[in-house]
Design a protein around this ligand. Structure first.
Ligand SMILES: Cc1cc2nc3c(=O)[nH]c(=O)nc-3n(C[C@H](O)[C@H](O)[C@H](O)COP(=O)(O)O)c2cc1C
Length: 311
C-alpha cells in the first residue's frame, strides 16, 4: 500500500474553497495531505488560463493531489501530462453531483458507466508519472450502492487509493453519510481507502476509523473557517489527546493569515475571500450584523479594511 495514503488526515477537494492559500493554512494547522479544487480536463487540454490558475501551487504546498474531472479520454490524457509535474498524485473525480458537471457526463454521472471508468483510469495510470487516485460517491440514487464495484475496477486499473464519500449523487450533501459503505470498500480492495463524509470533529474522525477500518480520513466542510480541526484530529488519532477548539479571536487571526497568503500568491477573488471571511467569523458575537456587512463587500481593498479592523 502506498504510504502517502495511509494514516493521514486529508483536506478534501472543495471547488471555490481549497485554493492554494487555504491549503497552506490547513497544512500549517495539521492537514497531512491536501487535494486541489476540481479542474476540468477539457479546459486544461485547451490551455485555459483560468484552469491553470486553479491548480496554482508552490514548494510549501506538498504533498498535493490535483483533482481533474471530465469524460473525454483524450482530454484526460492531455490533462494528466499538464498536471503531473505539479503534484504528488492525480485524483479523478467520480463524485461531483452538480448539474453543470453531470450534464457533461462527468463527475458522479460516470458511476453509471463502469466501462468508461475503466478506460479513463487505465489511460491515466499508464500516462501518469505520479500515482492516480479516485474519489467516488456510493452511487446515483440512495440505496444503489456501486462503490465496491467501482473500487475493484479502480484497483485493477492500477489506482493507488480511493476516497469514498458515502453519499449518493441524489443525496448531494443532505442526509447522513453511510459509513458502512466505506467499510465494505475497505473489506473488498487492497489499495488504501480514504473515508470521507460528515466528520465534524476529532471524535467523529476516530469513530470513522474504528467503524470502517479506513486507512486515512478526509475532512471537507468542517475545515471551513476552522483549519485547526486538523490539529485536533491528529492529536486524537496519533496521541489519544483531545484538545480544545480555538477561540473566535484565534479564528479571526487565521483569516488574517489566509488573507496574507492570498495577497502573497495573487489570489484576489472577492467572492472567495468574502466566503472565507463569513466562515471565519461564524459564531462571533454580533455575527448576523457582521455577515450583512460582509455580504456588501465589493472590492479586495474592502476585505483588507476588514483585516485591519481585526485586532
Ligand atoms: C463547497 C464544496 C465544494 C466541493 N467541491 C468538490 C470538488 O471539487 N471535488 C470533489 O471531489 N468533492 C468536492 N466536494 C465534496 C467534498 O470533497 C466532500 O466529499 C464532502 O463535502 C463530504 O465531506 P465533509 O462531510 O467532510 O464535508 C465539495 C464540497 C463542498 C461543500
Amino acid at each position: 500500500m502506498n504510504k502517502l495514503f495511509v494514516g493521514k488526515v486529508f483536506l478534501a477537494p472543495m471547488a471555490e474553497v481549497t485554493d492554494l492559500a487555504f491549503r497552506i493554512l490547513c497544512r500549517k494547522y495539521g492537514a497531512d495531505v491536501a487535494v486541489s479544487e476540481m479542474v476540468s480536463a477539457n479546459a486544461l487540454s485547451r490551455d485555459s488560463q483560468n484552469s491553470l490558475k486553479i491548480i496554482q501551487t508552490c514548494e510549501e504546498d506538498k504533498p498535493l493531489g490535483i483533482q481533474i474531472f471530465g469524460q473525454n479520454t483524450e482530454c484526460i490524457e492531455k490533462a494528466v501530462k499538464i498536471v503531473e509535474d505539479k503534484c504528488d498524485f492525480i485524483d479523478f473525480n467520480l463524485g461531483c453531483p452538480a448539474p453543470k458537471i453531470i450534464d457533461q457526463g462527468a463527475g458522479s454521472a460516470l458511476l453509471k458507466r463502469p466501462n468508461r471508468i475503466k478506460e479513463i483510469l487505465e489511460t491515466m495510470v499508464s500516462n501518469s508519472k505520479v500515482p492516480v487516485t479516485v474519489k467516488i460517491r456510493s452511487g446515483i440514487n440512495k440505496g444503489d450502492n456501486v462503490a465496491v464495484k467501482i473500487a475493484k475496477i479502480a484497483e485493477e486499473a492500477g489506482v493507488e487509493a480511493i476516497a469514498v464519500h458515502a453519499r449518493s449523487q441524489q443525496q448531494k450533501y443532505s442526509g447522513e453519510a453511510d459509513w458502512n459503505i466505506i467499510k465494505e470498500v475497505k473489506e473488498n480492495v487492497g489499495i488504501a481507502v480514504i473515508g470521507n463524509g460528515d466528520i465534524e470533529d476529532a471524535i467523529d474522525a476516530k469513530l470513522m476509523r474504528e467503524k470502517t477500518g479506513c486507512d486515512s480520513v478526509m475532512i471537507g466542510r468542517a475545515s471551513m473557517g476552522n483549519p485547526h480541526i486538523f490539529k485536533q484530529v491528529k492529536e486524537l488519532l496519533d496521541n489519544e489527546n483531545l484538545i480544545d477548539p480555538v477561540s473566535s479571536h484565534e479564528k479571526l487571526e487565521m483569516f488574517k493569515e489566509y488573507y496574507k497568503l492570498c495577497t502573497q500568491y495573487d489570489l484576489d477573488s472577492v467572492p472567495r475571500a468574502k466566503m472565507h471571511l463569513m466562515w471565519f467569523t461564524k459564531g462571533l458575537k454580533g455575527s448576523t450584523k457582521m455577515r450583512n456587512a460582509i455580504s456588501r463587500i465589493k472590492t479586495f481593498e474592502e476585505v483588507e479594511e476588514w483585516v485591519q479592523k481585526i485586532v
